[in-house]
Structure formats: C-alpha cells, structure tokens
Design a protein around this ligand. Sequence first.
Ligand code: SAM
Length: 281
Amino acid sequence: MTSYKRTGQIKEITSLANPLIKNLKALALKKVRNREDLFLAEGLKLIIDALDLSWKIHTLVFAKLGLGNTLVEKTAARTVAAGGLVIKTSEKIMAAITRRDNPQTVIGVFGQRWHKLEKIALGKNSLFLGLDRIRDPGNLGTIIRTADATGTSGIILIGDTIMPYSLKTVRATMGSIFSVPLYRVSEGQFLDWRKKFPGLVVGTHLKSPINYRSVNYTKEPVLLLMGNEQQGLPESLACCCNKLVQIPQKGQADSLNLAVATGIMLYEIRYETLELDKQSP
Ligand code: SAM
C-alpha cells in the first residue's frame, strides 16, 4: 500500500490482479483503511473541492472515459504536482474498487484527518455536536452533511463509534466529509473536556419536559449532545448537560431517527445565531 503514496506519475492499469488495484479495493475494508489511514472518495466535483480545501490526495483513479475531459485532466495534473499517483483504468475496475455497478468516473484516495479537542478555540457562535456511540453509517453521513450546511464547528464522536471514512458514510456526506472537522474521543476524555467548556451544553432526551424551541441558544457557544440510536443518551452524558430538551411528537413513533432529530436541533440552534431565515434560499 505504501508504494503508491510517494510516486507522482500516471499509470495505465488494465488488470484486476494488479497489486495497486488490489490495494485500492482493500480500502473498502475497515481494518485496511484504519491501518493505512486512508479513505476513498468518489466523484470529480467532490475531489476538486477537497483539493481546494488543501486535502492531500494520494491517488487519483479515473476511467478512460474521462480522457479528454479538461477538468479530469487538470485534476490529474494537480495530483501529480502534489506527488500523488494517477491511475487510468477501465470502468470495470472502477466498479470493483468502489463496489458499485455504476461507478463515478473519478475516485480519489485521501489521508484521514482527525482534530484534537484540546486545540478547539471557541467563539460566541461556536456550535459543536457530540454523537454518543453512533452505529449507522448512513446516519453519520447525513449528519456530517447537515452539520456542514448549518455551519457547525465540528463533530465529536464519543465512545465506541463507527468510523466516518467508510464508502457508505463518505458517499452520504456528499463531500461534506472534507468540510467538517472531526474529533474522536472516549467518554472519559469527552467528560474531562466538557468540564472546561464555557458555553451551553444541551442534550436531547425523549423524557425531558423541556421543548427544544423554548431554549435561547444565542448567548454563548453551544455543545449539542445526541444519543445512540438504540439506547439514547446514557445517564453519564445526560448528567453533564445544562439542559435536556425534547422534540415533541404525535402518533405512535417511539422516537425520531437520529439524523432527523439532529437536523431539527442544528437548524433550531442556527436559525437564531445565523438568521438562516433571512438568507437567500
Ligand atoms: N430508544 C432510544 C431512547 O430511548 O432514547 C431512542 C433513541 S433515538 C432513535 C436516538 C437519539 O435521537 C436520541 O438519543 C436523541 O438524541 C434523538 N431523538 C430522537 N427523537 C427525539 C425526540 N423526540 N426528542 C429529542 N431527541 C430525540
């Protein structure tokens, strides 16, 4: 795997048995992704956005169909200039790497990026989102995308969580994986950091009597805590909140989907601080 991190050249590969292609296919596996600290992102626009945001690209793979497309060729040149490898290949091989029947014509391999809680600098409008032991890759991708859309300052993954760099989560973020700072900590590390958090810590809880719309989120930095899909927010995290709020429900549903509840909360918090209602659609 390390062999392709340092090249800066263009190769044409036609065989699925080629070791570079085998390495790329293996990035669909969690243990390989984590060992190599890399992940796959699909789609030209998304890759260009990532490069514009200074993400380091290790490999760019494109289907021969992309030849003659100026943007693909420019992106290939940027990859080579950054010391990455460019692979020109068939659609069949692209499909095998991304495990989908209709692959995008361009795939990028990027280094994973994690931020450190200790380095967070808070402003009055900072909004951090803590996710307790999130389990569902689609939920996580949708939440990262919504966090990006609401200008959320960062997402803290707490405890035994899934990782955001799987194909499924990255796809669901629609490119927002490159825009939202991500943090990963144990519950103990989170609780230590929370002690020094100077703003409002709001947890969401089905049993809270407080309506989520009755809280003023505008006065200080906000840390929003969302619970695990099955078990909700544990006592240990609920205890560290200044307020627990509930989104009212009618009908028979026990609860809302985690990504939907997170979207409602982030928009409520941001409606007031960023005046989203006054911006163009
Ligand atoms: N059985 C779980 C429970 O008892 O909390 C349901 C968890 S729910 C699917 C996942 C998370 O979404 C909750 O922990 C909470 O953060 C949020 N959530 C879902 N519906 C909510 C509601 N009506 N009010 C507040 N938070 C809600």
